[in-house]
Design a protein around this ligand. Structure first.
Ligand SMILES: CC(C)(COP(=O)(O)OP(=O)(O)OC[C@H]1O[C@@H](n2cnc3c(N)ncnc32)[C@H](O)[C@@H]1OP(=O)(O)O)[C@@H](O)C(=O)NCCC(=O)NCCS
Length: 213
């Protein structure tokens, strides 16, 4: 068994913890910037970077045999920033694949990716660092996902879709084959994306259109 800690102690931590069942990882600590009760009585919640530093200093062996994962679902860049912070503390970032997820043997996953329960990543898909393919989402053949992309629960990416860095695909959205989602764009829950989405845009509906503000 290897030890792992999560940065983030709320919803995404619960989903991620579920993915550790039957794996080589044992969750030993959570870190959060705000004071939160631990969802698991035996796992302490450390307060921010100072709490993490103190805990590592007191841990026999320091960072030896310890990995980390970032349990932050929102797409404001904080997942990638937190991965960098954890690396600065000497922690390796784990890629976590739920035992009931499917990842094709020839798919390529970056550091710190999370593929959760019943999700699928198909043949020749390529995922950057810190990508989440959430519960029951699917990323089909030859899709290319940039760093920090989050594909929310139940979203469907057809073949050869490209999603640039930091974009968020809302729950249950459907992306038609070969569509391109620009960096930092947001696809609303349930949207059907029939056209390319420019960087930074928010689209919703069927067919997906820029959201009226
Ligand atoms: C698209 C989205 C980002 C917009 O959020 P927002 O900017 O806060 O938008 P608002 O809630 O203020 O809604 C603005 C308008 O868009 C509509 N709208 C919002 N989301 C919509 C959606 N997914 N589909 C269709 N219309 C939507 C609202 O009804 C509202 O319309 P109105 O002005 O006529 O009342 C958000 O609604 C969404 O779908 N997020 C995805 C959430 C998700 O999948 N989370 C998964 C977590 S793991």
């Amino acid at each position: 068994m290897d030890d792992i800690l999560f940065w983030g102690a709320s919803g995404q931590a619960k989903v991620l913890h579920e993915a550790l069942a039957g794996s080589r990882w044992r969750l030993v600590a959570l870190v959060d910037r705000i004071a939160l009760a631990s969802p698991w009585p035996h796992v302490p919640v450390l307060r921010g970077e100072d709490g993490l530093g103190d805990w590592l200093a007191a841990r026999p062996g320091g960072t030896t045999g310890l990995h980390a994962a970032v349990a932050i679902g929102r797409n404001d860049g904080s997942r990638l920033d937190t991965m960098a912070l954890l690396r600065r503390h000497g922690l390796a970032i784990a890629t976590i694949i739920h035992p009931r997820a499917f990842v094709a043997a020839d798919a390529a996953l970056g550091d710190g990716c999370q593929v959760l329960a019943l999700a699928a990543v198909s043949s020749h898909a390529r995922l950057g660092d810190g990508v989440i393919v959430n519960t029951s989402a699917s990323v089909d053949h030859d899709c290319e996902l940039g760093h920090g992309v989050h594909v929310a629960p139940g979203a469907r990416l057809a073949g050869e879709v490209r999603v640039d860095d930091g974009a968020f695909i809302g729950t249950g959205a459907v992306l038609l084959p070969r569509r391109h989602i620009g960096a930092g764009a947001v696809v609303g829950a349930g949207a059907v994306v029939t056209r390319d989405v420019p960087a930074g845009a928010t689209v919703a509906g069927n067919p997906a259109r820029p959201l009226a503000r």
